[in-house]
Ligand binder design. Sequence first.
Ligand code: ZN
Length: 160
Amino acid sequence: MKQLWAPWRLEFILGKKEKGCVFCTRVRRQRDVEDLILFRGRHNFVILNKFPYNNGHLMVIPNRHTADLASMTAAEKREMFDLTQKAVVVIAKTFHPAGFNLGMNLGKAAGAGIADHLHQHVVPRWEADTNFLPVLAEVKQMPDHIQNTYRLLKQAWCKK
Ligand SMILES: [Zn+2]
């Protein structure tokens, strides 16, 4: 994967860390719009990455706190893939990317930002997305920008 330049991720790297598991906190509290949760399934939920590598970067995350891929049940796995598939379809319809990166980083050594709770990344890609990415000035607009992305994807998600 070509390295993307996403300066707003510095906030994630340098910013204040939340106490406890950020994913478990989001599962528990019912603030889906603020938390950018697009969909809650039976075993997994779908959330926009607040520190995206690209516009429309989502994650599909099991509700259960685990870092152990081998512990996932058949139902959890199936739903995770179903939601991953739906995420690709919804992002494709909404933003028309040229491709996708899908996958999980297992463990800190593999680059997982949050290593204690499995999460599947869905990252849309454009041919020239290192150029496509906004310049530094847009970093400040990110909250607005991401809420707009959330609204568009939410609409597309709910449409049959
Ligand atoms: Zn957790």
